[in-house]
Design a protein. Structure first.
Length: 150
């Protein structure tokens, strides 16, 4: 699983001109499900996202987690995180999970985020053409890949 995590002051996702999900301060998580991702990888990314210490403490040091600041999460499914352009200029999506496999895994990811955060997680609409808006805070942007756990 891959996730592009951005610390935001606010973020929203719209489908057909209507807001599907929106948050104030917190994290925008663009999440890609790989063809061979397991439950373990989904759990690892969810735990990492909620526990990331990327919010400033009183001294201005990134030392607080999402839970500590009372922040929110907007999770958006994005299979294009598995796009490969190693050969040519047109991306290949062969490493991304097909929609029928990705949707239940993404739903499980959102559920795990909500459980760990202790409150609902805003989302986009799986498989829809979405317009994501955000005000990046910092900017702080991190790349998480469950294959790079070390």
């Amino acid at each position: 699983m891959r996730a592009l995590v951005q610390r935001v002051r606010e973020a929203s996702v719209a489908v057909d001109g209507a807001i599907a999900g929106a948050i104030g301060p917190g994290l925008l998580v663009l999440a890609g499900i790989g063809a061979d991702d397991t439950d373990d990888e989904i759990l690892w990314i969810a735990k990492k996202v909620v526990d990331l210490r990327v919010f400033d403490d009183d001294a201005g040091v990134m030392n607080r987690s999402l839970r500590e600041i009372g922040g929110s999460i907007l999770a958006v499914s994005q299979f294009t995180l598995y796009g490969s352009v190693r050969k040519g200029n047109r991306p290949s999506w062969s490493s991304a999970a097909p929609p029928e496999a990705a949707r239940p895994r993404f739903d499980a990811f959102v559920h795990e985020l909500a459980v760990r955060l202790g409150k609902p997680v805003a989302t986009g609409v799986f498989g829809a053409h979405m317009r994501v808006s955000l005000v990046n805070d910092g900017p702080v942007t991190l790349w998480l890949d469950s294959r790079d756990r070390g």
